[in-house]
Design a protein around this ligand. Structure first.
Ligand code: GTP
Ligand code: MG
Length: 217
């Protein structure tokens, strides 16, 4: 279950699956910890595989959003599980570390892995926001220039970019809020969880490639 909508007396509820990806040690887990628990630690413990976190957002008086954050280990880009992890995500955060140029160079590899492996039900790429994390530190080798970064985002299909610091709590809420706001504008994902089976079959016939189920666990 990735995205869903239900309505009741209290208003509308959404469940959105959002991926957090990027190279090893760029701060994905730290950003999530900051966002969900308001905590930060200097200690680095590499994520193995994938971790999950849930953030409940009272978007406004009538919309409640459950944000399911998938914290994917940096080392997973070299594995072959991403296709499974990305399934049914409706948004992504791609993170690099401004103090390590190589992590910026990897951004486009993560973006193409993302676009290759997951799409919205209408066949379009899922919205991705780029985070230039550790902005409490010095930039290294990446041009710290708004116009250049805006241009880079337009060229490479990012909906926005933010300088963030999980350490100093800079722009973390703002970036997540921007992505969620963007997801809310996408009509095709507001499909009721209870949509009847016939509708679901029609949807999948149009959009999904045939695949062998025999290798699924
Ligand atoms: P993997 O799980 O291996 O993919 O790494 P990750 O992207 O989850 O990185 P993680 O959040 O574990 O952070 C790596 C290191 O960077 C840790 O020592 C953090 O304390 C540090 N770090 C994370 N965010 C920031 C930040 O905004 N500023 C500074 N100065 N350090 C940070
Ligand atoms: Mg991690």
């Amino acid at each position: 279950m990735a995205s869903g909508e239900s309505s009741g007396m209290a208003g509308t509820e959404h469940l959105f699956k959002v991926l957090v990806i990027g190279d090893l040690g760029v701060g994905k887990t730290s950003l999530i910890k900051r966002y969900v628990h308001q905590l930060f630690s200097q200690n680095y413990r590499a994520t193995i595989g994938v971790d999950f976190a849930l953030k409940v957002l009272h978007w406004d008086s009538s919309i409640l959003i459950r944000l399911q954050l998938w914290d994917i280990a940096g080392q997973e880009r070299f594995g072959n599980m991403t296709r499974i992890y990305y399934k049914e995500a409706v948004g992504a955060i791609i993170v690099f570390d401004i103090s390590r140029r190589s992590t910026f160079d990897a951004v486009l590899k993560w973006k193409s892995d993302l676009d290759k492996n997951v799409k919205l039900p209408n066949g379009k790429p899922i919205p991705a926001v780029l985070l230039a994390n550790k902005c409490d530190q010095q930039w290294d080798g990446v041009e710290n220039n708004k116009a250049t970064m805006d241009h880079y985002c337009r060229d490479n299909g990012f909906v926005a970019w933010f300088q963030t610091s999980a350490k100093d709590n800079i722009n973390v809420d703002e970036a997540m809020r921007f992505l969620v706001g963007h997801i809310l504008t996408i009509d095709c994902i507001h499909v009721s969880e209870d949509a009847d089976a016939d509708d679901k079959i029609k949807l999948t016939e149009d959009t999904e490639e045939p695949e062998s189920k025999s290798q699924c666990c």
